[in-house]
Design a protein. Structure first.
Length: 267
């Protein structure tokens, strides 16, 4: 059976139905504005779907959510991608876009993320946050494949690399690494049984769909740089996007984020 995780990163196609006959000018209705597009880091998948649903209930505004790698979104925005709100897992991408004149301002810190090791059911690894069993598995041959997000453009991949370096495992584990395009795809690799496990976001491990597939243990936050996550509006952001940006600071929205393991920044 195909895992529901394989459908995490999808973009809905917009279809237009052709009307038969000539329109009646007196009855013509204005076309509704397209919903604003939110480019959100993949670690936000489950939390942001809940927040967006609550926002729609409160305001009636619909949103188009697109999930992926923060680094890829950064490059796409530089090339003119029509996003209205960018929720990055690494605040440096927001600062670079602001310096390039692409954003309304320098944005706002909305959360800190955490990483940990996920081990699927049936794996020969143990979910050990200090990665001692991972080190032992490298030596005794239990480890064949291990998943992390691509550190070249995914913030969670960068932090996973730092944690593995801190544990003294980076050089030895590289031949066994399987890179996810983003942290959601990495979680798919880590939970599917195609690897012995992986380093994924706490926010994904907290989702019931993922938690049911194995065990998770947090990696000490001192082992890597902080995952400071920042969001920013584009200069042409419509009113609905601006309202959602403000809504993310409300206690209701933040309560959902906290439930998925995000740490709220001090105000």
């Amino acid at each position: 059976m195909a895992s529901p995780l394989r459908r995490w990163i999808t973009v809905a196609a917009l279809s237009l139905a052709a009307a038969a006959g000539l329109p009646r000018p007196a009855l013509a209705q204005p076309s509704p504005a397209a919903p604003p597009t939110v480019a959100a880091a993949a670690d936000l998948k489950f939390a942001m779907e809940e927040v967006a649903q609550l926002f729609e209930q409160r305001t009636g505004h619909k949103l188009r959510l697109v999930f992926g790698s923060s680094g890829n979104f950064y490059a796409q925005i530089l090339q003119g991608a029509p996003f209205h709100l960018f929720m990055s897992a690494d605040e440096d991408f927001v600062f670079k876009l602001a310096d390039a004149g692409r954003t309304l301002d320098r944005g706002r810190l909305y959360a800190y993320g955490r990483i940990g090791i996920f081990v699927p059911k049936g794996s020969r690894l143990k979910a050990d946050g200090e990665l001692k069993d991972l080190a032992a598995a490298l030596k005794d041959g239990r480890l064949r494949k291990f998943a992390i997000a691509n550190p070249d453009h995914a913030p969670y991949g960068k932090r996973a690399k730092e944690a593995l370096q801190n544990a003294g495992l980076w050089e030895a584990i590289q031949p066994r690494l399987v890179y996810g395009e983003n942290i959601a795809q990495t979680a798919q690799f880590a939970t599917s049984g195609s690897t012995e496990g992986g380093i994924i976001a706490l926010s994904l491990a907290k989702a019931p769909q993922v938690a049911a597939l194995g065990d998770f243990a947090l990696i000490p936050e001192s082992w890597h740089k902080p995952l400071a996550q920042r969001m920013v509006l584009m200069k042409d952001a419509p009113e609905a996007a601006r309202q959602f940006y403000a809504f993310l600071s409300t206690p209701e929205a933040q309560a959902i984020m906290v439930r998925y393991g995000f740490v709220m920044p001090d105000r």
